[in-house]
Design a protein around this ligand. Sequence first.
Ligand code: HEC
Length: 139
Amino acid sequence: MGKSGIILCFSILSVICVNLFSCPEVSLAGELDQKKSIDSGKEIYRQNCAVCHGFTGDGKGVPPEELDPPPPDFTLPEFWKDKSNSFLFHIISNGIGQMPAWSDSLTPEQIWNVLSYIKTFPKTDPNAVTQTPPGSLAH
Ligand code: HEC
């Protein structure tokens, strides 16, 4: 290969090296973003959702006879089973049953943030609940 080929090789190598070295920083930035998103979602939740869904997400914000069907219990890993982010985003945006739509009062980013936050309610990772939740065999 000619001189320019060697230079090209070096520049490709250096790009790979830079990417390898910057990887930890990228994932750290991702985690920080995630934390920021959850923090902002918490504020939004407390102001808009807790009145019905409860501050702990157990769905006991209002007396059960006032809403039929009542809000679900977000603390149960079972609730999150088979529910995709895009499905939940759609529900929060457009409302369901006696829950109002939020797309008029919240931006898509705020809806994603509040979704990130409510996914922290169950003890287990909501993305890992396809298996039997720990402890459920005891019942
Ligand atoms: C006026 C009371 C009320 C408020 C305020 C409210 N919700 Fe709900 N929400 C409900 C009820 C009732 C249900 C159950 C509806 C049904 O199953 O028909 C529900 C259901 C849900 C569900 C589950 C949908 C499903 O598929 O089972 C999600 C997620 C949700 N709400 C998120 C939110 C978020 C996020 C907010 C705040 C931005 C919010 N809710 C504010 C009453 C409310």
